[in-house]
Design a protein around this ligand. Structure first.
Ligand code: HEM
Length: 384
């Protein structure tokens, strides 16, 4: 038998894996697309099921001649007569609730699943075309401290809480369609109740981690002139030669600000969902948008409408962040040689660091020379 060197075998295995993994994943995606049945269609949401003046919703016989005015009162409520009276009083049927339900079970499910499957497919394609981004000429074997213990703690608290929230949240969105038929109603119900508790409590760990990374990394994520060059060179993703960057490059800064801003927004809307009718943000926002852009969005929202907007917004932000984080996890693990150790041991190979963050390495080395201390990342964060 032909005895192959272990290194040669490894390279061959890596090559076959590189070819097989994307094809396998793409096949799964195609099957998932084909099997996905959205619960409601766009036509339903756009008002095809709304009542026609003079008839009842559904056109039931016994009330076929009821007046449009009566139905308007049932849907809109009778005008409040006492000051301070709840705007919703007298409203027997909330039509917007139906729109909200149909949006959640129809387009939202459909577009969210496309977004998640889409990013996985794109990454598979990228991996098939570009392969793993390697350090030119191989790793040096000498390392430099990149992240301190507290930075890694904050990162993993953020990552673990986010993954927990994403899984329990996706179950709230897709569970009835995907898991319930597989597990049965009883098991699904127990899992979902437990998941909802986990979702509510883990949210606070996520918020704490978000504040931690904001404090730790804010200064390193202030845009500078090198970011423009980084974008112009496409981040050095294709071809050789990497654009210069300090501790974080422009791509990482974009990720950071997306996570901070969308993370804050998702936290606020989550708070509003946990404490119903305490936060009204959408009416005011629509009013502002109308003033600035001359649009005519309904700004006089009832408390229940506010809740419905919070719920849609929370889900939209979550899906967007999940898509972004899937791409981030790919780059941090499979996509780039030498990156993951930054968040495990805290050290990275010096050649990796010079390729991706050349200015940062210069800053750390200059700082070591002036203080005479060996950079350990705890004491020697590069100055911006
Ligand atoms: C298992 C999942 C994850 C892995 C393997 C991972 C890996 C990494 C690695 C290796 C870095 C350092 C990159 C460098 O040295 O320049 C990093 C940085 C970072 N991670 Fe993660 N991460 C994960 C999940 C998350 C999640 C869920 C979030 C946020 C919700 C997140 C937010 C960040 C941020 C803001 C940075 C700094 C900016 C950047 O390097 O892109 N990470 N991650």
């Amino acid at each position: 038998m032909n005895q192959k060197e272990p290194e040669q075998l490894q390279t061959e295995m890596a090559k076959s894996l590189r070819k097989a993994v994307p094809l396998f994943l793409m096949a799964i995606m195609v099957l998932a697309f084909l099997s996905f049945q959205p619960v409601a269609s766009f036509a339903q949401v756009s008002g095809a099921d709304k009542p026609i003046a003079g008839t009842t919703p559904g056109g039931t016989d016994n009330a076929a001649n009821s007046s449009a005015e009566m139905w308007r009162k049932i849907r809109r409520g009778v005008q409040a007569t006492t000051t301070g009276q709840n705007k919703m009083s007298g409203q027997l049927m909330q039509s917007e609730g139906n729109d909200w339900r149909l949006t959640r079970t129809g387009p939202m499910l459909m577009y969210s699943s496309w977004a998640i499957l889409g990013i996985i497919m794109l990454l598979c394609l990228f991996f098939a075309l570009r392969g793993r981004i390697r350090v030119e000429g191989g790793l040096a074997g000498k390392t430099i401290k990149r992240f301190s213990t507290i930075e890694r703690l904050a990162h993993w608290l953020l990552a673990s809480s986010f993954i927990c929230l994403a899984l329990t949240g996706l179950n709230l969105m897709f569970g009835r369609t995907v898991l319930m038929p597989l597990l049965g109603k009883d098991a699904f119900s127990s899992i979902t109740i437990a998941g909802k508790f986990i979702h509510n409590y883990v949210a606070f760990a996520f918020i704490a981690a978000l504040v931690m990374i904001l404090i730790l990394w804010f200064v390193h994520n202030i845009p500078n002139r090198h970011d423009v060059m980084w974008f112009l060179k496409g981040g050095g993703i294709f071809g050789s030669g990497h654009p210069a960057a300090r501790k974080f490059n422009a791509g990482q800064k974009v990720l950071f600000w997306i996570i901070i801003l969308c993370g804050a927004s998702i936290s606020l809307s989550g708070w509003a969902l946990m404490n119903p009718f305490t936060l009204s943000m959408f009416g005011g926002t629509f009013e502002l948008v109308n003033q600035i852009f001359g649009t005519t969005y309904q700004a006089d929202l009832s408390l229940i409408q506010e809740q419905q907007y919070q719920s849609i917004w929370h889900a939209l932000m979550a899906i967007f962040l999940i898509v972004v984080v899937i791409a981030h996890i790919y780059i941090g693990t499979l996509g780039m040689e030498g990156a993951i150790s930054a968040m495990t041991s805290g050290d990275v190979d010096i050649k990796w660091a010079r390729e991706h963050h050349s200015l940062w390495v210069e800053e750390v080395e200059a700082s070591e020379n002036t203080t005479g201390k060996k950079g350990d990342g705890e004491a020697l964060q590069p100055a911006e």
